[in-house]
Design a protein. Sequence first.
Length: 524
Amino acid sequence: MLLTLKQASQWASKHLNKNVTPANITYLIQYGQIESVVDNGVTLVPQKSLEGYYSLNRRETRWKDKLGDDLNWTLSFEKFKEAETTKHVHRLHPYKGKFIPQLVAYFLDSHTDAFKRDVYFRPGDIVLDPFCGSGTTLVQANELGMHAIGIDVSAFNAFIGNAKVTAYNLTRLYEESQKITAALKNSVATSGIAEFEAKLAEKLTDFNNQYFPISFKRRVRAGEINQKQYGAEKEAAFLETYHKLVAEYQIDTQLPTHSARFMKQWYLPGVRAEIDLVYSLIRRVEDPSIQNALMLILSRTIRSCRATTHADLGTLRKPVTTTYYCRKHGKVCKPLFSILSWWERYCKDSVQRWVAFGKLKTDTFQHCLTGDSRTIDIFTMLRRTNSQFAEIAQKQRIKGIFTSPPYVGLINYHEQHAYAYDLFGFKRLDELEIGPLFRGKGREARDSYIHGVAEVFKNCKRFLADDYDVFIVANDKFNMYPTIAEIAGMCIVNQHKRPVLNRTEKNRESAYSETIFHLKEKRN
C-alpha cells in the first residue's frame, strides 16, 4: 500500500502516539531510512517500509536486553521531538557533549513527573553547574524560576552560556543585524561570488539528478552499489566542470599548507574576507550586549562555513577546496564560498529563539563565571560581575549542583571552538581542562581525572547549603565516580541509568547509556 507524505505522517503519528510531520518523513526518505517512489510528481511511501523503520524504534526491550533491566526508560525522553530537546536558546550554538534540557528539568522541577516524590530544588533556590559548558543548566534554571551559577574554564563556553540568558533589546538586535546583512550582500554582489555559486549549483543539480537519483541511497543500503567506489568515480567526473568555473570566475581557492591560525587554514580566502567584514561591523555596534549577541551569531555562522565536508563538520580531518562526494547526503557537494546564506539564516533563527525564550524567562539571576572550578572563589568572583546576585548567594547559599563533567579522553573543549578563539581573541586555557582528548584514557589520565573532578566538588562544597544535593551526569565505564565521591567527602545515595537515544555519533543506533549519580555529604 502506497501512502502520500501526509498519510505517512498520520500513520506514523498514530503508531508512535506522538506527532510525526510530513517533513520528518521527507527527512527519512532523504537519508535512505525508508523507501519511496515518485508517481506523476507525487512522492509516495510504501506502508511496509514505514512499518519496518518504526518497528526499530520500539527500542526499550532491545536496549534493556543489552544494558540491563535497571535502565530507567522514563529518562529516555523518547516522546520528545528534536525541536523540543533543542528548544529556543538551547540551539543557539553547536556544542559537543551537552545534555538535553528535559534531563535537567526532571531533577530540578518538582512538577516534571507526577510520580517523582522527592523534591530537591524549589523556585528561588540557587543551582550550581561547575562544568557549565554551553549553559543548559542556566537556561533551565531560569525557566523554572531558580537562580543559577555556572563555572567553566573555557572563556568561550562562558560566553555562550551568558549570551543565551541575557535579556536583549531584540528590536535593536534585529536592526543591527539587518545593517550588517545589507553590507555583506553588497560585498558578495560586487565580488562575483553569487554568480559563480549560482552557476555551480545549477551544474551540480543536473549532475546529481543524473547520477544520484532518489533511489541511490536505498540501493547502497541494499548492497547493489559500492558507495565508496561509485562516489569516487563521480567525484572525479565532476571536477573538470568545477575547475573550469573556478578559472572562469577567478575564484581563489588556495589555502596555506602550514598555518598556525585556524582562520587561515580552514576558510577559503573569499570566506575569510566576508568574516572579517562582518566582525569589523559588529565591533562598531555601541551596545555591548547587542555586540555579544551578534558575535554569537557570527560564531555559529563561521562554524558552518569551514572548508570541510558535511560529514566531517563535527570532527575536522583535512581542508576541502573542491567539490566532493558527500557520504552524508549521497551526492556530490561543494565547499562554502560565502557566509551570506548562513549569516542570514542564523540571524533570523537566533532572534526567533531569543523571542521564544523571552516568553518563558523568569525574573531570576543566571551567570557563568570563567575560571577553574577546583580553586575559584565563587562568591568573590560573582561579586565582581553582579553584586546583587552575590548578596543573595552569600545569604542563602547554593542549594545544590546539577552538572555533567567532561568524559575522560573524549573532547578537547577549547579546540572544538578554535575558530572563535582565533577570531575573537579569547584566551585559551587548554592546560586546565580536566580529562581532555589529548591526554587519552590510560591509567594516568584516569587518575588525573578522578582527582581533578574530586577537587572541583571539594572546592564547591564551601559554597553549598548544609543539606545539599549533587546530581552528576556521566557515562562511568571506568567506575571512577565512587572514588571521586569518596575523595570529595560525599557518598552516592542513588543512581539512575538512562538510555541516550539521540546521539550525534555515527553509531547512534547502538545501545548506550549514562548514569545520573545523586550525591550528598558523607556523614561520619
